[in-house]
Design a binder for this molecule. Structure first.
Ligand SMILES: [Zn+2]
Ligand SMILES: [Zn+2]
Length: 107
């Protein structure tokens, strides 16, 4: 059984300048969730996909208005800063997530 965690107060993993954001789906403006398999979805699951394909835009100048994918280092750094999220999810969830994300990125 997977556990979905809402991505709140989570740094932009796609750029060096993103502060903490509460992420919403760019299609329907609904909250965005992540599970330990590295799957993303918005609230009712209308939009879903592997993290490696998900696109992000925190609104910083780096994006020039574009939604960008995250690289492995960007995502793992954002996770390392997401103390509230990781304590909500639990250590086992985080370890499983990092393992599965590594597989997505071929690490
Ligand atoms: Zn959506
Ligand atoms: Zn950004």
């Amino acid at each position: 059984m997977v556990k979905w965690i809402e991505l709140t107060n989570f740094m932009c993993p796609a750029c060096p300048f993103g502060g903490g954001s509460d992420w919403i789906c760019n299609m329907d403006r609904l909250p965005v969730y992540l599970n330990e398999e590295g799957s993303m979805k918005c609230q009712f699951g209308s939009h879903t996909g592997p993290l490696i394909n998900w696109t992000w835009n925190c609104g910083s100048d780096y994006h020039k208005g574009e939604f960008l994918t995250a690289d492995f280092e960007g995502f793992t750094f954002a996770m390392s800063q997401a103390v509230q999220l990781t304590s909500r999810a639990g250590a086992e969830w985080v370890a499983a997530l990092l393992h599965n994300i590594g597989k997505q990125y071929g690490k």
